[in-house]
Design a protein around this ligand. Structure first.
Ligand SMILES: [Zn+2]
Length: 134
């Protein structure tokens, strides 16, 4: 179980630009890297086009998985936005968590975006520390 995930400043900026662009709809994507360090952010279209839920476009998701594997990375995390909060995973997120990776929530409250990470296993939610490196 991952207890900590490190993202570069540029990754954080990429994620925030992306989720901001798609707000008020939820946006999503994948975080790839090795061990606990993210090396690449991959955006995947939210097929649900909804402000309260996301469903990854299966074709884009598959392409992203292929890219991750062929570049020697692992899937470390899945991120999606909560453009109107909350900061934490929703009951739907917990019920639909299909991968044993860090679930990163980019939430917006009073025009400020915040990133928090969670590990979800058998309905149990544990916070994962997100670190930002230069
Ligand atoms: Zn959610």
């Amino acid at each position: 179980m991952i207890r900590q995930l490190t993202l570069g400043k540029d990754h954080v900026r990429e994620i925030l630009d992306h989720v901001n662009l798609h707000a008020p709809l939820e946006a999503c994507g994948l975080l790839a890297g090795n061990r606990d360090r993210v090396e690449k952010v991959l955006f995947v279209r939210n097929q649900a086009q909804s402000p309260v839920r996301f469903v990854m476009d299966p074709h884009e998701q598959l392409n992203a998985f292929d890219w991750i594997e062929s570049n020697g990375f692992e899937l470390l995390g899945i991120f999606h936005s909560h453009p109107a909060g909350p900061e934490t995973v929703s009951p739907t997120d917990i019920a639909e968590a299909a991968y044993n990776v860090v679930h990163v929530i980019c939430s917006q409250t009073s025009n400020q975006w915040k990133l928090r990470g969670f590990h979800i296993e058998n309905g149990e939610v544990t916070e994962v520390t997100l670190q930002t490196s230069a």
